[in-house]
Structure formats: structure tokens, C-alpha cells
Ligand binder design. Structure first.
Ligand code: 3HC
Length: 281
């Protein structure tokens, strides 16, 4: 998601610095941005000058210290509170006091991260949706300590990106994942119970409810590992069975079937179109 966020920021005219842990991941991000911008330009959704401008506004680094020049830092690391807070603590020392911190977390709360820093008033949530360049929504999350000024900057920033912000309370899953995650988990439970095949459940939700993707295609798209992690965090927060990751999902994650990114999930992506996999029920 980091590359998508960087892409929309640079496209909107912001000089954008992308920091990641290694050169290989940075190169992967850079080529994903370039491919996405080319695709949007090919389809006439972006003119050539805007695409070229976005590319010139982007720079890439592995040096965390380089972020000290930024007015706004948006974090998009995996959903692991310890990892995120270790990063925030480092950034809190490196960045000037005025720098605003924003997390793209999908399931942790803003309060849990803001309190790890000495700037809980300048900490806010900016939750984007995949694929970031195409999805119009950003959830803006006001933590209990977020100042009105910080919240205002976050709302304006989301609009400057051409996104539509919705305001969410600081509760795990915010608005969209609070509803989407139980739906995705229910689809896995429906499969476990033999309600229908992967392909038929997907087709059912696409054709019967007008969803652009069926739940298994969406699970593969978001990542089974990511979904299981989000579900686990939401289950910890609410202790409601609807958020508990079903056994099949856990088994597939353990087996390395993480969806599109590993080439296999509920579908096998070695074929075109992808073939539904028998998850061994
Ligand atoms: N940049 C540029 N182009 C992209 C792209 C990207 N990042 N990703 C996909 N595209 C392109 C495709 O390559 C395709 O190009 P083509 O027409 O030349 O083949 C084009 O966009 C359109 O794709 P499709 O024709 O396959 O499908 P649609 O036009 O219907 O739209 C979609 C694609 C917008 C992804 C649509 O399927 C969709 O809305 N899917 C649901 C996505 C969703 O629910 N996202 C939220 C996930 S939850 C989340 O992110 C929260 C987190 O916390 C988990």
C-alpha cells in the first residue's frame, strides 16, 4: 500500500519521499508506481505531463533519517504494534516537533501508536484502500488525543489527493473493516460448511449483489495473511466470534497460500484466468 500512497501523493503535486528497509523492496515499489502511472496514462485517466511530474516528485531511500525533512509522515508497515511503535519512537526523535504522523493501519488503533510518541496531538489515522490509485476512499481517524488542527490537515490532505474522506472513530477496524472483515470471514465459513464452491460463492456475490469482486477474489487481493492478522487484532479488541479467523484461513496462511502475492490462495494465479483451488475441505 505504501507505493500506492506515495503514487497518489506525488500525482497530487507533493514532493514525496519513500522509505523502505532495503533496496530490493524499494525497487519493487518504484516499478509498481511506474507501471501504475503508465496504465493510468494509457487509459487517459492521467495526462503524460502529470505522470512525468509525479515521477520527478518521487524519491526513494532506505535512510529513516531522511524523513526528518517531511511535514507529514505516513506509515504503512505490517499490522504489528511493536514494530510500528518501535518505528514511531525512532521517528519521534528524528522529526521536528511540527511534523504530523499518520498511520495507514487497518486494525490497530491510533491511540495505541500516538501514546508511544511525544506528539499524541499531531498523530492521526489515514486509512487508504487497495488499489490506492483507484479506490476513492480514505478513512480519517481522529484519536482521542488528535488535535483539531491535525485532524483538519489530514482531511485537507485526503481531499488534495483527490480522495473522498470519511471520518471514523478510533476503534479497531474503523468503519470499512468493521463491516468488511466479518463478511470475508463469513465467506470462508460458508465454504467450510459446503454452501457452495469458491467460484460460485464469488459469482453469487458479484452478480447477486453487484460487488466488483467476490469475497475469495478479494481475500486473495488483500492477502490472506493480512486478513488473518487484521481479524486477529479485531478479535482481541471486541472478543466477538464474528472477528475470529476461521480454521481454513489459518491453515492456508500457515501453508504460505497468501493470495495473489504468493501466486496461490483461493485461486491459483499460474493460469489465466486464475483457477479456484480445492482447499482440501
Ligand atoms: N494502478 C493502475 N491501474 C490499475 C491498478 C493500479 N494500482 N490496479 C488495477 N489497475 C487496472 C487494471 O490493470 C485494469 O486494467 P485493464 O482494464 O487495462 O486490464 C483496470 O485497472 C481495471 O481493472 P478491472 O477491469 O479488472 O476491474 P474494474 O475496472 O472493475 O476495477 C477494481 C478494478 C477497482 C480493483 C475493482 O475490482 C474493485 O473495486 N475491487 C474491490 C477492491 C476493494 O474492495 N478494495 C478494498 C480492499 S480492503 C482494503 O484495502 C482495506 C485494508 O485495510 C485491508
Amino acid at each position: 500500500m505504501g507505493s500506492g500512497i506515495a503514487q497518489v501523493a506525488a500525482t497530487a503535486g507533493f514532493p514525496t519521499l519513500v522509505r523502505d528497509v532495503g533496496d530490493a523492496v524499494l525497487a519493487k515499489g518504484r516499478s509498481a508506481i511506474s507501471r501504475s502511472l503508465d496504465k493510468l496514462a494509457e487509459k487517459g485517466k492521467l495526462d503524460g505531463a502529470t505522470r512525468d511530474g509525479a515521477l520527478t516528485r518521487l524519491s526513494f531511500t532506505t535512510d529513516l533519517g531522511a524523513l526528518r525533512s517531511c511535514d507529514l509522515v505516513i506509515e504503512a508497515v505490517v499490522e504489528d504494534l511493536e514494530l510500528k511503535n518501535a518505528l514511531w519512537r525512532e521517528l519521534d526523535v528524528l522529526c521536528p516537533p511540527a511534523t504530523i504522523f499518520a498511520s495507514n493501519t487497518s486494525s490497530l488503533t491510533i491511540g495505541e501508536m500516538a501514546s508511544a510518541t511525544a506528539r499524541p496531538d499531531r498523530f492521526v489515522g489515514l486509512h487508504f484502500f487497495n488499489p490506492v490509485p483507484l479506490m476513492p476512499l480514505v478513512e480519517v481517524i481522529r484519536g482521542v488525543t488528535t488535535s483539531p488542527e491535525t485532524f483538519d490537515v489530514a482531511m485537507k490532505f485526503a481531499r488534495r489527493l483527490g480522495k473522498e474522506p470519511v471520518v471514523s472513530r478510533d476503534r479497531s477496524g474503523f468503519i470499512v473493516n468493521l463491516l468488511l472483515v466479518p463478511y470475508l470471514l463469513d465467506a470462508v465459513r460458508a465454504l467450510e460448511r459446503g454452501a457452495g464452491s469458491i467460484a460460485d460463492i464469488d459469482r453469487g456475490m458479484q452478480l447477486g449483489c453487484g460487488h466488483p469482486m467476490g469475497p475469495f477474489t478479494l481475500l486473495d487481493f488483500v492477502g490472506l495473511d493480512t486478513t488473518a492478522r487484521i481479524a486477529e487484532i479485531m478479535f482481541q479488541e471486541y472478543r466477538e466470534p464474528r472477528y475470529a479467523p476461521p480454521p481454513l484461513l489459518r491453515r492456508m496462511v500457515t501453508a504460505g497460500m497468501h493470495g495473489r502475492k504468493t501466486g496461490r490462495g483461493f485461486y491459483d494465479y499460474a493460469t489465466d484466468p486464475p483457477t479456484p483451488l480445492d482447499p482440501g475441505l
